[in-house]
Design a protein around this ligand. Structure first.
Ligand SMILES: [Zn+2]
Ligand SMILES: [Zn+2]
Length: 363
């Protein structure tokens, strides 16, 4: 077995340690609350059925959303974003960056793309050999391009992105509810510990640690949860919050924001009854995202093309694919704008002789 393969296997095994740690803490918290507190300490008191019902509801929702966040595979760009075989060979053989960009611009002319690199080039992942859809980034931990990548989370040993962002938010929400509920109901017994009113058994130490652990997790989760709620309201990923996406009109941190209600609906869906459940209800396919720039950019809105005279018609796509030709756009009301936008970009950029290439180096 090659040493790099062994190293990779070891890394994969070690990456599960945070998840195992959380799972052990959760199992212990279940035992400490149900057995040690509710049975051993509260046995002679009126049995806390209400406590137990609420505890189990929050426990099940927490475990369900945590499970879905961990085991939902990150969504990757579809095959439409890969270069055709001949183009890929040409791209790999080509040493001049500007010609490589021309190949990418031509390939991207039928794709709905709004964003580019800082230098105005097509975002291309050399590692995955794919044109990156808007909001897609390469995760070095997963070694793949992930649609609407938010961040790679070691606590779930998975990439948080388009396919599991809703689950991740719910995981934070239910873990907060779970910890808050434990902390609130254990507080009185925690106080009794210090006044020596609890039976002198090992159960009282479980109660002591239960409160400490729940309170500690509450504080840390609360800040992360608040931050992600704010991101959902603004329609930004964590990556975009740190580095604003770059559009034709320049970088714009609010480029994908459509207003609070629509932003929330994009992650949680239209039907409020499904919001609290870790079921996939996010809007779209992760490849196309409507932007607020459609109305801000007159050329984009009209979709008019301005070919540069320096390029022949054969080199520059005369017109982008129509809506019916491209199934990626068939269900998207902004599709035509996206194509019109890209076509403008294509024509302007291909017509420019000095294209600087700066492919993103994302972690
Ligand atoms: Zn990649
Ligand atoms: Zn990842």
């Amino acid at each position: 077995m090659a040493p790099t393969h062994v190293l990779r296997c070891c890394q994969r095994g070690l990456s599960w340690i945070p998840v195992i740690f959380i799972a052990l803490v959760v199992c212990w918290s279940y035992y400490a609350y149900v057995v040690e507190l509710c049975i051993f300490i509260l046995y002679f008191a009126p049995f806390p059925v209400v406590y137990l019902i609420f505890f189990h509801v929050s426990f099940v929702m927490f475990v369900w959303s945590y499970w879905k966040t961990i085991f939902t595979k990150p969504a990757n760009p579809s095959k439409e974003f890969c270069l055709a075989k001949a183009e890929k060979e040409r791209y790999e053989k080509e040493e001049r960056p500007e010609t490589q960009q021309e190949i990418l611009w031509r390939a991207a002319s039928s794709l709905p793309l709004y964003t580019r690199t800082g230098a105005g080039a097509i975002r291309y992942c050399d590692r995955c050999q794919v044109i990156k859809p808007d909001r897609c980034h390469h995760c070095s931990a997963c070694d793949m391009c992930v649609l609407k990548m938010d961040h790679h989370c070691p606590w779930v040993n998975n990439c948080v992105g388009f396919s599991n962002y809703k689950y991740f938010i719910l995981f934070l929400a239910y873990s907060l509810v779970y910890c808050l509920f434990i902390a609130a109901t254990v507080l009185q017994y925690f106080i009794k510990f210090w006044t020596n009113e609890l039976p002198d058994t090992h159960a009282k130490f479980h109660v002591l640690f239960l409160f400490f652990v729940a309170a500690m997790f509450c504080i840390s989760i609360l800040s992360l949860f608040s931050y992600h709620l704010w991101l959902v309201g603004k329609n930004r990923s964590t990556i975009e919050a740190f580095r604003a996406p770059i559009f034709r009109t320049g970088s714009d941190k609010n480029g994908f924001s459509l207003g609070f209600r629509k932003n929330v609906a994009q992650v949680f869906g239209d039907q409020k009854k499904y919001w609290p459940l870790p079921l996939f209800t996010s809007q779209g396919d992760g490849l196309i995202f409507p932007t607020r720039l459609v109305s801000a950019d007159p050329e984009q809105a009209t979709g008019t093309l301005h070919p540069e005279p320096t390029k022949s018609a054969a080199e520059v796509p005369a017109s982008p694919l129509s809506e019916s030709q491209n199934h990626l756009l068939s269900n998207d009301q902004h599709g035509n704008h996206a194509v019109g936008h890209l076509a403008n970009d294509t024509l302007n950029s291909v017509g420019t002789d000095s294209i600087t290439i700066s492919l993103e180096s994302e972690s």
